[in-house]
Design a protein around this ligand. Structure first.
Ligand code: NAP
Length: 204
């Protein structure tokens, strides 16, 4: 529309693996915040999380492409996958602005637990000025705790309750390891990819 900037959702996450909870979250944000599109941005190079090694970025990227392929408003960025060294959201948002041909308004969507740490991210004030932040919560999430924390009081932060986020990547990895079904928790193509490559078989 003439004079109106494009509203772009930026779905940041490790996506190890991507599941239906993530897809429902993106669709809910699209609707609730009147977004024109959602760009999924899988995090870059695997780094050690506190408890495990992250699956190589190329596998997580490909699963995200497979999961989002059927939705014309969803696409996937290689920005963080291709960037060397640790990936910082502030750099991703700045790069997306640089690459945009039109005026864009950015909406960064991620899990509420990750969002709680935002004041410990690189350049927190700059990152908060680059986008509106949407913190997705799963059922049973302690929203009172979130509301006590500083990020929730920032004018650029909103909470989005997503019942489908009862699905979690941690649970899917455990299920694969222990031989339980993951059908209907992840898109069919993602399950096929996990089985074909043999992901999550031997992680403790
Ligand atoms: P995480 O710790 O792996 O995930 C935290 C929680 O949020 C998990 O319960 C996770 O559930 C959920 N979650 C993650 N992404 C989600 C999404 N897009 N939608 C809904 N729920 C989501 O978090 P992370 O993946 O490392 O980081 C999340 C985002 O924050 C990434 O884009 C990352 O780059 C950014 N971040 C930036 C900095 C920085 O700039 N310094 C620091 C930390 C994080 P599942 O496991 O089921 O996904």
């Amino acid at each position: 529309m003439v004079g109106e900037s494009k509203r772009v959702g930026v779905m940041g996450g490790t996506f190890d693996p991507i599941h239906h909870g993530h897809l429902v979250t993106a669709e809910a944000a699209l609707w609730a915040f009147r977004l024109d599109e959602v760009l999924f941005v899988p995090t870059g190079q695997p780094w050690m999380k506190a408890d495990r090694e992250v699956t190589p970025a190329e596998h997580r990227y490909l699963m995200t492409v497979i999961a989002t392929a059927s939705n014309p408003r969803f696409s996937v960025s290689r920005l963080e996958v291709d960037r060397r060294g640790p990936t910082f959201t502030v750099e991703t948002l700045q790069e997306l602005r640089r690459q945009a041909e039109d005026d864009i308004e950015l909406f960064f969507i991620t899990g509420a637990d990750a969002m709680l740490e935002i004041f410990h991210w690189k350049d927190p004030e700059e990152v908060l000025s680059q986008a509106h932040f949407i913190a997705a919560t799963r059922p049973g999430y302690d929203i009172a705790r979130f509301e006590q924390e500083a990020p929730s009081r920032h004018p650029n932060v909103s909470v989005l309750d997503v019942p489908a986020l009862a699905i979690s990547s941690t649970d899917i990895r455990r299920r694969v390891r222990e031989g339980e079904p993951i059908r209907y928790l992840v898109p069919e193509g993602v399950e096929t990819y996990i089985r074909k490559v043999g992901l999550y078989q031997d992680q403790g």
